[in-house]
Design a protein around this ligand. Structure first.
Ligand SMILES: N[C@@H](CCC(=O)N[C@@H](CS)C(=O)NCC(=O)O)C(=O)O
Length: 213
């Protein structure tokens, strides 16, 4: 059975859970404590989550894990685009969008990770306004099709939608963590981004983790 070492609310771990669930691959999850990285070091000589254990194989880095699943579990439904041009288009959309989003989301995350009395909610709300120009190209794509490359979900959807999770925090995560509650209350995708909002939800719906043992 595949085993995922994770922080359950980490967007990089959600990426892997979505791919595993979409592909219908049974897996177990092991929650790692940030105070004790030894299970990660033992498994993959790497202190960060996610790490995926597949028999003798140990994979680290979320996007590398997605590629590993795509190239090694071919009987399962595919998240790989069919054509080279789609891969080029997906790469460009991912890289350009992430470059625009990175400074905004990093600043919001840094604020959310501060101890509660030091957090500046209005600074994060102002960051939300900067999402609108950063997401303009994505909104135009998603106004015309359900997924970034057309009718079918691909790894590009998984990666980019999870990148946007801090601006679309679920009530479940908010109940579990004050940091996610702060993000839910202060950072959101602008109302004008209906295409992007619907698409993030559509992709995140595939995060259906198995019950914990
Ligand atoms: N590029 C890596 C990033 C891995 C990473 O930064 N993981 C974070 C969680 S999202 C982590 O383990 N951080 C250590 C910590 O927060 O203590 C990936 O995509 O997997």
């Amino acid at each position: 059975m595949l085993r995922l070492l994770e922080f359950h609310r980490s967007p990089n771990c959600v990426k892997v859970r979505i791919a595993l669930s979409y592909k219908g691959l049974p897996f177990e999850m092991e929650e790692i404590s940030s105070a004790d990285r030894s299970p990660l070091l033992r498994a993959a000589n790497w202190p960060l989550v996610p790490v995926l254990i597949d028999g003798e194989v140990r994979m680290r880095e979320s996007e590398a894990i997605l590629h590993y699943l795509e190239s090694n579990h071919r009987d399962a439904p595919s998240l790989t685009p069919d054509r080279i041009e789609e891969i080029r288009r997906g790469d460009a959309l991912r890289d350009e969008t992430q470059a625009r989003l990175r400074p905004i989301l990093r600043a919001a995350f840094n604020e959310a990770m501060k101890p509660e009395p030091n957090r500046d909610a209005s600074a994060v709300q102002r960051l939300g306004a900067a999402l609108e120009p950063a997401l303009g190209p994505l909104e135009r794509v998603l106004a015309a099709s359900p997924f970034l490359l057309g009718e079918r979900m691909s790894t590009y959807d998984v990666v980019l939608a999870c990148t946007l999770m801090p601006a679309r925090a679920s009530d479940e995560f908010a109940r579990q963590s004050p940091m996610w509650a702060f993000l839910r209350d202060n950072l959101s995708l602008p109302e004008s981004m209906g295409g992007v909002r619907g698409w993030v939800d559509r992709v995140l719906e595939h995060d259906v983790p198995p019950a914990r043992a």
